[in-house]
Design a protein around this ligand. Structure first.
Ligand code: GDP
Ligand code: MG
Length: 413
């Protein structure tokens, strides 16, 4: 074998190896060029924030151990508006399924919330009745003093006293049950005012009015939370354009409850904000619009004029709007709350009252004066700052909580 043959064999082997390397080994994956991006693995869809778990674990059926996860039946691609509509609303504390078992707890919370008012009004009356056999003038004068200092109001106190004298004038009041059942019935009679029927059609527009600091924006947030838990689509209108903080406060509630918030620039005309909100809600098929408003009291007349304009403009955006005008009153304001009700009633057609801050006040008796003097039904009461502390008002339930254990205490003491 010559040197040339040997060289040819070596070169051939090298060529064979080069062919194997280039076409067989590297051909298994595409050649990457420097700087060229690799195709990314498919991304997992962004996870949405889940709503807070309901407070009552028993209300949620436990998931089956081996059940495979079920894909939600939603179209692959959603329009942003449709996606927003499907987005879970957080803070579903009052989920309808959990309502029945919560009933007792709710009544207990109401009793708890009314503790101070009960002590001030019912507790003091109980002491007066102790050991008395008849409703003599001296006792009537003492009852009057307790009622007046508990903010029941002059006219309502007089009315209650007249009814007591009429019913118990000749009765033996040695048995506390006679006194308390009469007082209970009279109280229910004052508080149990019929609320107007909800007009058909949507969106329902609820305008919320009241002076600064009474709890309008907080009530709107709580109400929005309650309504979205019922599956309603709610739009909030930031009509308190006077203070930037008020808009921000409403936006926070919007985020917490998953409700859209319509706002304008600071200092904008509130009626234009509410007009836009009603129009947007109508287009989006929303169920409810809740409109916040300003409440600066030192400019009383301009405020009332502004609110009247909001009402007129809302009606231009949707016939019949606002369907409800809720007046928020702070029970800690006592007699002042009765005066505020008068002022708002004169200017606007107030359809219902929300009485806030009944927790921790001894002035809760004001509810009697408000209902009796103004004949406007109380629709909701606030007994705390948490979402679930806004309660629908039921006269009999309220009276039971207010007079809770009145007989027992007046006998025991
Ligand atoms: N304790 C208690 N505080 C409440 C209640 N409702 C509202 N508040 C508080 O009252 C304050 C004023 O409420 P806000 O909604 O800003 O009043 P607005 O000026 O009328 O909108 C806030 O600190 C609320 O948390 C209630 O029912 N109980
Ligand atoms: Mg506010």
């Amino acid at each position: 074998m010559t040197t040339t043959t040997l060289l040819l064999i070596v070169l051939g082997a090298i060529a064979l190896f080069a062919c194997y390397w280039l076409f067989i080994r590297r051909g298994a994956r595409p050649v990457e060029r420097i700087g060229e991006a690799r195709p990314r693995p498919p991304e997992r869809p962004a996870e949405r924030l889940e709503p807070r778990a309901p407070k009552e674990p028993a209300a949620v059926p436990p998931p089956k151990a081996e059940a495979p996860p079920v894909a939600p039946k939603v179209p692959a691609k959603l329009e942003p508006a449709a996606e927003a509509a499907l987005a879970p609303a957080p803070l579903k504390e009052a989920a309808p399924a959990a309502l029945a078992p919560l009933r007792e707890a709710e009544v207990a919370a109401l009793k708890q919330g009314l503790t101070t008012t009960r002590g001030g009004l019912i507790g003091r009356l109980g002491k007066l009745f102790r050991g008395k056999k008849e409703l003599d003038p001296a006792l009537v004068a003492q009852i009057e003093e307790v009622m007046l200092t508990s903010d029941v109001g002059v006219k309502t106190t007089q009315k209650l006293l007249d009814r007591l004298k009429e019913k118990l004038g000749k009765a033996d009041i040695g048995d506390p049950r006679v006194v308390w059942s009469t007082l209970r019935e009279e109280t229910v009679r004052i508080l149990d005012l019929p609320a107007g029927a909800e007009p058909p059609g949507k969106p329902q527009v609820i305008m919320v009015v009241g002076v600064n600091g009474v709890g309008k924006t907080t009530t709107i947030g709580k109400l929005a939370s309650r309504l979205s838990a019922e599956g309603k689509k709610v739009v909030l209108a930031a009509g308190d354009t006077f203070r930037a903080a008020a808009v921000q406060q409403l936006e926070i509630w919007g985020r917490r409850t998953g409700c859209a918030v319509v706002k304008g620039k600071e200092g904008a005309d509130p009626s234009s904000v509410i007009f836009d909100a009603v129009k947007a809600a109508t287009q989006d098929g929303a169920d409810v619009v809740i409109a916040d408003t300003a409440g600066r009291l030192h400019t009383k007349q301009p405020l009332m004029d502004e609110l009247k304009k909001v009402k007129r403009v809302a009606a231009k955006a949707l016939e019949g709007a606002p369907h409800q005008t809720l007046l928020v009153l702070d029970s800690t304001n006592g007699q002042n709350a009765i005066a505020q009700a008068q002022m708002f009633k004169e200017a606007l057609d107030v359809s219902g009252i929300v009485l806030t801050k009944l927790d921790g006040t001894a002035k809760g008796g004001v509810i009697l004066g408000i209902c009796d003097e103004h004949r406007i039904p109380v629709r909701f009461i606030g007994i705390g700052e948490r979402v679930e502390d806004l309660r629908e008002f039921h006269a009999r339930e309220f009276v039971e909580a207010l007079f809770f254990q009145a007989e027992e205490e007046s006998i025991a003491a």
